[in-house]
Structure formats: C-alpha cells, structure tokens
Design a protein. Structure first.
Length: 140
C-alpha cells in the first residue's frame, strides 16, 4: 500500500466513524464539537481557552461559541486565570461530567455498531498502532 493510500484509508474510516458518532450524539441533543470539548476538559481539567482551541483543532472564535453553548447549559464554567487575569480558564462542571459520561456511552455504542465485525484482538492491535502514531506525530 502506498503512503497516500494509507492516508486515504485513515481519512475515510475517520469520516465514517465521525458520521456514526455525530448522528448518535445528535439524537441525544449534543453536537460533536461540544462532546469533544467535554471529553478534553474531563481528561485535562481546567485549562485556558487557547489550549482548548488547540486540542479541539478549532479556531478561537469557534471555540468561544462552543464554550458559550456549553456554559449556557451549565456544563462548563469560565473564570480568570489567577496567574494571569487577562487569560480565561474553562472548567467542566459536575453536570458537564455527568453529560460527558452519558454521551461517551452513546458514542461507544455508535462505534461498536459501526465496527461489529472487528474482533477485540484486532481492535487492541489497532489501538496500539494508533497510540504509537499519535505519540510520534505529536498529538495535540
């Protein structure tokens, strides 16, 4: 397989899984970018808006709109960074953690439904390979 074919295969699989997860989350009134923000905040804790934008792979204005929507629902809260009052921090709330857990269950189910033929052994091997790629490529 040529490198471009590897790229195309990864891109196509990514798109198929993104659609499956997005459709499942939409049925539970949650957008994918909102879910991704909740996942990142659960994993990393309180963080600066710019750092969140970088990990979401979104520009600052789209990240601000995402955080605005999540804040309106009581899923995150913003505050000033005590070390630098000009910087804004965003943190997930207890309600946000609960929503993230519920949404993760939905996303896991959607992925399992999209990949029912993939045995656990092969999925584990794929996860190891992807973890290596992420670490060597400098995952955001």
């Amino acid at each position: 397989m040529k490198m471009i074919e590897t790229y195309e295969a990864i891109r196509e699989i990514n798109l198929l899984l993104q659609v499956a997860v997005a459709e499942a989350l939409a049925r539970h009134n949650l957008r994918t970018d909102h879910y991704n923000a909740l996942r990142i905040l659960c994993r990393n804790g309180r963080m600066r808006m710019g750092e969140l934008a970088s990990q979401l792979l979104l520009d600052d204005s789209r990240t601000t709109r995402t955080v605005d929507a999540l804040e309106d629902e009581g899923l995150v809260e913003r505050g000033h960074d005590p070390a630098d009052r000009r910087a804004l921090l965003v943190a997930i709330t207890r309600q946000g953690r609960k929503r993230e857990r519920e949404a993760t269950t939905v996303a896991e189910r959607a992925i399992a439904n999209a990949l029912p033929w993939l045995p656990d052994r092969e999925r584990a091997a794929m996860n190891r390979m992807l973890a290596t790629l992420r670490s060597r490529m400098g995952s955001p």
